[in-house]
Structures are given as structure tokens and as C-alpha cells.
Write a protein that binds this ligand. Structure first.
Ligand code: MN
Length: 429
């Protein structure tokens, strides 16, 4: 996972200072240039999107030796399945093509007009056909906060938590791209003083600030992936909002974990930032005590320094309120450990699997990654900028999450994942 590109190189495409997408980033996504045009693969640079289907058709990526038409598909999966060295070569070729000193695209106005489009003029789609979705619970701070709320300080962490990255199998069909509206779910809930459930819209709708990684290249059924080989199976990362209905969750979760409380929607950011682009931001992961079992012991414990932020724009209000600042590096269990644990039984992962981190809370109050923690189970309401309060999400509220890395003058990010809550559809009740 070495940095292979010159991070100081500049592009002829203007990149605003505050942009998440400098020449070094080059995240992949799926977009349509305009209504009615077919989705295809693009790379983001500054405020523009480079149409790789056109660039590849021109033969400008030929050196990477990829199958014809791989960038004209509506998903990244076929590209993700290519050998890592070929994918890396594509990144190097695109980087070369966009450099300020390279005339091929820079001086060809007609090609530029066709292949380099304003980002605000295109429609973004799901970047990947999500094959399977798994959600972990890897933030010690989050697990401790939730444990204190529901079981008290003494038994905050369950006995298994320090020994394995706890997770559950989620729902792939309801993973949606940023900007997709979220319909408030209905389900069974029990009133605080009640014993039997009623059915209706969730009253305790929440978000979960997470990041997820996308698997590239699977393992055969029966063949575990070792913790030190796990990094080779990670294509890139996205920001994830794992919307959660706390009242439904509270009633249903024992003994098999969340079901209706989580299966109505999970939002992801549209641009997949590759593991190669993140290399300069690698850092040590938290030390683990007790030492995990041998299959979870890493030669080198590695994670990434990624600043995370959550903004809430309450219904009817103009101003967004920042309600959380956290960091990916707080996670106790690394992506490699999650992947090794997931496959230790021989469970087969495949290209397009999404493995999310679980809520990423930090150590202090401003760094909690869910309303459950921020309002401490609804006991401390958030004051909104234009008046009013929130304990959980109201209809019309918008939640926006973003992620940004900064180090030694290099800055790159994920853009954002945003979604607005729509009223429940209660006709069926
Ligand atoms: Mn979650």
C-alpha cells in the first residue's frame, strides 16, 4: 500500500482550494451525463467528472490491458474484479492524462467538452452493485456508550466485545446512494410504560455515522482470508449512514440482532476513494488489550486518519448545525480484522460486498456518531439554530455526513452522503 503517485503534481483542470477532489484523489463513481443517457464510470477531479467510457474508447487507457467496455457499465464491479496491479495502472494513466504538463486532453477542446463534465450537471448513481452488506460494531466508544445506557457502567461492554469484531448481516437491497430520500419506517414498538407492541411509524429515527469498505476479489467458500492478506481485498471506502429506528430496535433485537430497525435504508457516498489514494493517511490503530486470538493478530496494525463530520439541517430551517466531529482512526477493530473475522468460518466474500464499520464515535461528547448518544437516549435535546429542539429525526430533516483527510499540505475527501427524511407511508396500517 505504497503511495505511487506524485502528490504535488497539479492538473490543468482547476481544483478549488476547498475541494475534496485534488489530482491525487481520483475516486471512481457511476454517473449519467444527462437524463436518458446511460450510466457509466467516471472519475472526479475538482468540480468536474472525467467520463472514463470516452477516455477508454479513445484508447487512452489501453496500457492497463482491461477488457473492452469495462467503463461503459452501470456498476464498478467489473473494474473492481480486475487484478490490483491493472487497477493501479489505470490510476497512474488517469493521473498522467490530467496533469498540467500533459497536452493530450488539455489541448483537445472537443474531447475535453465531451469527456470532462461539470459535476453539478451530471446525475450520480449507486457506484457498485452491492452483493452483500455486513455491518460491524467496531467503535469501543460507541459500544461503551450504548452499553452504559442499556446495561449500566459496570457491564457496558459485552463479554465478547474485546475478543472479536462483533457484526451482523445487513440488507444489500436497501443500500442507496446519497441524495435518496428516506421514508420513515413503520414497525412494532412498545411504549415506555407498556408491555405489548403497537404498529406504526418509528418515533425514534436516528442516523449512524459510519464508513464502509468495498471488497474487490472474493474468497472461495471454505477458504478464510488471513488478517495480513485482508488488505489486498479492499478496493476503497465510502461514507455510510446506517439509518436506524431505535424504538423498533429496542423491541426486536433480542436474541438475533437488528432486523426492521435497520433494513429500510443505508445511504452511501457516491465517490469511492481507493485504498491507494488513502495510503498517505495511514496511521497506527489503537493498541488492543487483551491481545486478540492469533487469527486476528496483525503484523502491523494499520488504519487511516480520516476526519468525519455530521451536519443536521432541520425541517424548514436554512442553516445546518454540525452535531458531530469524529475520526475513523478511533475504531478499535480494523478493516483487516473485520474481513478476517468475517471469513474465518470459510464464509465467501465477493466483489461488491460492503462491510461497514459500525457507528464511529470518538472519546468526547462532540464526537458521538448517533443521536442516541448525542442526546443520551433522548434525555438531552439539541437546540436548533433557528429555534426548536431535536432528540431524534423529524420528517423533513436532512442529515449530511462528510469525510476529509489532511496531512502535510495534501488534502482529499469523500464528498458527502446526504439524505432527507420523508413522512411514513401509513396507508397500509
Ligand atoms: Mn450500524
Amino acid at each position: 500500500m505504497e503511495a505511487v503517485l506524485d502528490s504535488d503534481a497539479r492538473s490543468f483542470v482547476p481544483v478549488p482550494e476547498a475541494s475534496h477532489f485534488p489530482l491525487y484523489n481520483l475516486p471512481y463513481g457511476i454517473f449519467s451525463p444527462s437524463a436518458g443517457e446511460s450510466p457509466r464510470v467516471g472519475v472526479r477531479i475538482g468540480d468536474h467528472v472525467l467520463d472514463l467510457s470516452i477516455i477508454a474508447d479513445m484508447g487512452l487507457l489501453e496500457a492497463a490491458g482491461l477488457p473492452h467496455g469495462i467503463f461503459s457499465q452501470p456498476w464498478l464491479n467489473a473494474f473492481m474484479e480486475q487484478p490490483a496491479d491493472n487497477r493501479r495502472l489505470v490510476r497512474i494513466l488517469i493521473h498522467g492524462l490530467l496533469r498540467e504538463t500533459e497536452p493530450t486532453l488539455r489541448d483537445d477542446e472537443s474531447l475535453r467538452r465531451r469527456a470532462l463534465l461539470p459535476a453539478d450537471s451530471v446525475t450520480m448513481h449507486m457506484p457498485v452493485m452491492i452483493r452483500d452488506y455486513t455491518d460491524f460494531y467496531s467503535s469501543r466508544e460507541h459500544a461503551t456508550n450504548v452499553g452504559i445506557m442499556f446495561r449500566g457502567k459496570e457491564k457496558a461492554l459485552m463479554p465478547n466485545w474485546l475478543h472479536m469484531p462483533v457484526g451482523y448481516h445487513g440488507r444489500a437491497s436497501s443500500v442507496v446512494v446519497s441524495e435518496t430520500d428516506i421514508v420513515r419506517p413503520c414497525g412494532q414498538t412498545v411504549a415506555a410504560d407498556g408491555t405489548v407492541p403497537g404498529f406504526g411509524p418509528s418515533r425514534l429515527l436516528d442516523f449512524e455515522l459510519e464508513m464502509g469498505f468495498l471488497v474487490a476479489g472474493g474468497n472461495a467458500l471454505g477458504d478464510p482470508v488471513s488478517v495480513d492478506d485482508a488488505w489486498d481485498r479492499i478496493f476503497g471506502l465510502v461514507v455510510v449512514n446506517d439509518w436506524s429506528a431505535r424504538d423498533i430496535q429496542k423491541w426486536e433485537y433480542q436474541p438475533l440482532g437488528p432486523f426492521n430497525a435497520k433494513n429500510f435504508a443505508t445511504s452511501i457516498s457516491p465517490w469511492v476513494v481507493t485504498i491507494d489514494a488513502l495510503a498517505p493517511f495511514a496511521c497506527a490503530a489503537p493498541e488492543q488489550d487483551p491481545e486478540p486470538l492469533p487469527y486476528l493478530r496483525e503484523k502491523q496494525r494499520r488504519t487511516f486518519d480520516i476526519d468525519l463530520q455530521v451536519d443536521l439541517t432541520a425541517s424548514g430551517q436554512e442553516e445546518a448545525l454540525t452535531i458531530c466531529r469524529s475520526n475513523f482512526k478511533h475504531l478499535y477493530w480494523t478493516m483487516a480484522q473485520q474481513l478476517a473475522h468475517h471469513t474465518c468460518t470459510g464464509c465467501n466474500l465477493g466483489t461488491g460486498d460492503l462491510l461497514a464499520s459500525g457507528t464511529i464515535s470518538g472519546p468526547d461528547k462532540g464526537s458521538y456518531g448517533s443521536l442516541l448518544e448525542i442526546t443520551w437516549r433522548g434525555t438531552e435535546a439539541i437546540a436548533l439554530p433557528s429555534g426548536g429542539k431535536r432528540k431524534f429525526l423529524a420528517d423533513g430533516d436532512r442529515v449530511t455526513m462528510s469525510a476529509l483527510c489532511e496531512k502535510d499540505g495534501l488534502r482529499l475527501g469523500f464528498g458527502e452522503v446526504t439524505g432527507r427524511v420523508l413522512p411514513a407511508r401509513t396507508e397500509a396500517t
